[in-house]
Design a protein around this ligand. Structure first.
Ligand code: GLY
Length: 313
């Protein structure tokens, strides 16, 4: 039994491991671990307290994939749903669909009895407004560019906007029955164009899971993971016999082919069916978290740096 995640998954990892130790499923462990992150108001990249889009609305994306069946559920551009990971799970389990967006996803949430909540906290509103007014040197520069152009050019990673070690949550779990599940949840990039959906909701881009080969999930600039099908590329590498470390490295080298004026950091976590795990980043000095059967607390390990920079437009 193993559970791993992006560093901001720390707040939920013990709960996830407890579920696994009690004989629970990887599906429940991943969902519950992500719940804790979605509820964390100090994390400005996920759920409650997430930074809003260009017009000040918190818009959430999430997905979950079950490696036993290759079933997947995803929601994109959802407002007012505190736990989009659970909504993604309901899509997977109750509909003949894999992906709902916007008003349809919100309608389904209401039908499922999910409460509708205001997710924009005062703290997040202040960061958003500071970015628009240009008070914040870094975020203002990017937000100003967006406002001038009035197009969905990406603002910046919430990681840089909040100055905290956060930016979309990934959780991967292997349960006692040998099943793998991958989950991702995010408020996406701050000041994104309304309706922009990132890789977190796109199966194959930010999330992929197959019991036979392994699971992978991404954080960072989702447009790159969508274009390079990064999570699937990692799992394809595992299928081809690469170690988790090599599968991730090879998938990240593909990012170097992206011509991109807005190129920025990408990260991934990888978990193999035998419990081996690894994580990658194009940014120096980043970490991920994990717990296995021997862990008495959440453990942290450095991500492998894959030094790619993309090609300028
Ligand atoms: N990786 C999260 C996003 O691009 O929205």
């Amino acid at each position: 039994m193993v559970i791993i995640g992006s560093s901001n998954a720390r707040v939920g990892l013990e709960r996830g491991m407890e579920i696994l130790r009690d004989g629970g499923t990887a599906l429940d462990a991943v969902e519950q671990a992500i719940w804790a992150v979605e509820s964390n108001v100090d994390d400005h990249s996920v759920g409650l307290g997430g930074l809003p889009n260009l017009v000040g609305e918190v818009e959430l994306d999430a997905s979950i994939m079950d490696g036993a069946t290759l079933a997947a559920g995803a929601v994109g551009g959802v407002h007012g749903v505190l736990h989009p990971i659970s909504l993604a799970r309901r899509v997977m389990e109750e509909l003949p669909h894999a992906f709902l967006v916007g008003a349809g996803a919100e309608r389904f949430a209401r039908e499922c009895g999910f409460p509708v909540t205001e997710l924009l906290t005062e703290d997040a509103r202040r960061i958003y407004e500071r970015g628009l007014s240009g008070e914040d040197q870094d975020s203002g520069r990017y937000a100003g560019k967006i406002l001038r152009a009035m197009v969905g050019r990406l603002a910046l990673d919430p990681e840089r906007a909040s100055g905290k070690d956060a930016g979309t949550v990934n959780v991967l779990a292997l349960d006692g029955a040998g099943h793998l599940v991958a989950g991702v949840s995010t408020s996406g990039f701050a000041w994104k164009y309304p309706g922009r959906v990132g890789d977190s909701a796109v199966i194959g881009a930010g999330n992929y899971c197959d019991d036979r080969y392994g699971a992978a999930a991404c954080t960072g600039r989702g447009e790159m993971a969508i274009r390079a099908a990064t999570a699937h590329t990692v799992v394809r590498g595992l299928k081809d016999g690469l170690s988790p470390a090599e599968a991730g490295r090879q998938a990240f080298l593909e990012l170097d082919w992206l011509v991109d004026a807005f190129w920025s950091g990408m990260n991934a976590v990888v978990l193999a069916p035998d419990g081996r795990h690894a994580a990658f980043s194009t940014v120096e000095h980043t970490t991920y978290v994990y717990m296995d059967e021997a862990s008495t607390a959440v453990e942290s390990a450095p991500r492998t740096l894959v030094a790619v920079t993309g090609r300028p437009a």
